[in-house]
Design a protein around this ligand. Structure first.
Ligand SMILES: *Cc1c(COP(=O)(O)O)cnc(C)c1O
Length: 423
């Protein structure tokens, strides 16, 4: 069956993400979305198991968000944020400060997660410069971590996935170490910090789940111990909650489960419920205060053209309304329970290494995925949009997903593994 004309006309000109364009299979033309469904040009409907890279937490086209965007669109789609402010951004900043723990209260808006992390890195390094502390300009980040695709964020990703070797000589040098998990590995990190700590600006970690690095989980005690070490060696602690923020791990923010307040937190992905690009870097009061000075060089010199876009801020405000007016965290708990129950059928099947669920993240880790294209095609043939990567098949559904829709996703996963489609 022929695709739409725009597909034929545009494909020779488009460059797709994370794709070897020489061997790429034709991508699926999407024409509309509704609820938890993606509608394709040929009439097929796929149940979305990953909420468009973990963003669409209320499902697609939620009427409350649509109404907010539409009202903002008629009033003021955008104005520059230099010298001007507006209600959607200031209201959102105040609401985020209210929701986040401790004195995480100063919000800098950007338009993508990578840039929010870049801003966090700049803030962390300049914090020490402004305070007159020399040479604290490196970060400690962790293997298995993912913080973005721009050059500065690649440098704090897992070295292999971040292609540090390919880009060596271009990437800034940071310390990428094993994420500690027990007394021995924490002792090793502490030894490292006691030797190199005076060159380190910040420790950067994705709390509870390392997402794009393979949906690897760690416990809240890891975060508590990182906080203790950061305090002991006088290092800032940065949590990248771009994936985990807004309910994904079962609480509004992952840091709540550890009862830890980082010095800087980054947010994006579900911030606008997947409707518009927006990100935020939020700092504690003491971090912000290091930038208050009579010296003009002490200001934060950063300002994306579209920062604090009013449409995006209106989406985010509407999304936060829904977390208040609808039982989202109860829904996450329900989804979590159902995924735990239904994905259990994968445990013990050939090729299955691990099955794990945390909040709205369900993961089946395989020993190998021999033919990724075959596996992806098998999932689509079953009417589900699930995107395995490396050796994992995972679900991060919208929190509003109905039990029957979620069962369609989990049974498709069980089925492709049983049929050996991944092997
Ligand atoms: C997705 C992601 C990023 C990067 O966000 P982009 O909007 O894709 O630039 C950074 N950190 C984490 C933890 C993420 O999941």
């Amino acid at each position: 069956m022929r695709g739409p004309q725009w597909l034929d006309d545009g494909m020779p000109h488009i460059w797709l993400p994370y794709t070897q364009m020489k061997t790429v299979l034709p991508p699926l033309p999407a024409v509309s979305t509704s609820g938890c469904d993606i509608h394709l040009a040929d009439g097929r409907i796929l149940t979305d198991g990953i909420a468009s890279w973990w963003t669409a937490c209320h499902g697609y086209n939620h009427p409350h968000i649509r109404a907010a965007v539409s009202a903002q669109l008629s009033r003021m789609p955008h104005v520059m944020f230099g010298g001007l402010v507006h209600e959607p951004a200031l209201m959102l900043a105040a609401r985020l400060a209210e929701m986040l723990p401790g004195d995480l209260e100063r919000v800098f808006f950007t338009d993508s997660g990578s840039v929010a992390v870049e801003v966090a890195i700049k803030i962390a390094i300049q914090y020490w410069i402004n305070r007159g502390v020399a040479r604290r300009n490196r970060l400690v980040a962790f293997k298995g971590g993912y913080h973005g695709d721009t050059l500065a964020t690649m440098a704090v990703c897992d070295p292999e996935e971040g292609m540090h070797a390919l880009f060596s000589g271009v990437l800034p040098q940071h310390y990428i170490v094993d994420l500690p998990h027990d007394d021995a590995t924490f002792a090793a990190l502490e030894t490292f910090l006691s030797e190199s700590g005076d060159g380190i600006a910040a420790i950067l970690v994705e709390p509870l789940v390392q997402g794009a690095g393979g949906m690897l989980f760690h416990g809240p005690e890891v975060l508590r111990r990182l906080r203790l070490l950061a305090d002991r060696y006088n290092i800032l602690l940065v949590f990248d909650e771009i994936f985990t923020g807004f309910g994904r791990t079962g609480t509004m923010f992952a840091c709540e489960q550890a009862d830890v307040v980082p010095d800087i937190i980054t947010l994006s992905k579900a911030l606008t419920a997947g409707t518009m690009p927006l990100a935020a870097t939020v700092t504690r009061a003491h971090v912000f205060e290091a930038f208050l000075s009579d010296n003009p060089l002490h200001a934060l010199m950063h300002g994306p053209t579209f920062m604090a876009n009013p449409l995006a801020c209106a989406c985010a405000n509407a999304s936060l309304d829904l977390f208040r007016t609808e039982p989202r965290l109860q829904q996450v708990a329900r989804i979590s329970e159902q995924m735990t129950h239904e994905l259990e059928a994968c445990r013990g099947l050939p090729n299955v290494r691990d099955v794990r669920v945390l909040g709205g993240v369900g993961v089946v880790e395989l020993a190998t995925i021999a033919d990724m294209n075959r596996l992806k095609a098998a999932l689509i043939a079953l009417g589900v949009w699930v995107r395995p990567f490396r050796t994992i098949i995972y679900l991060t559904p919208a929190f509003v997903m109905r039990p029957d829709e979620l069962s369609r996703l989990t049974s498709a996963i069980v089925r492709v593994i049983r049929d050996g489609a991944a092997g």
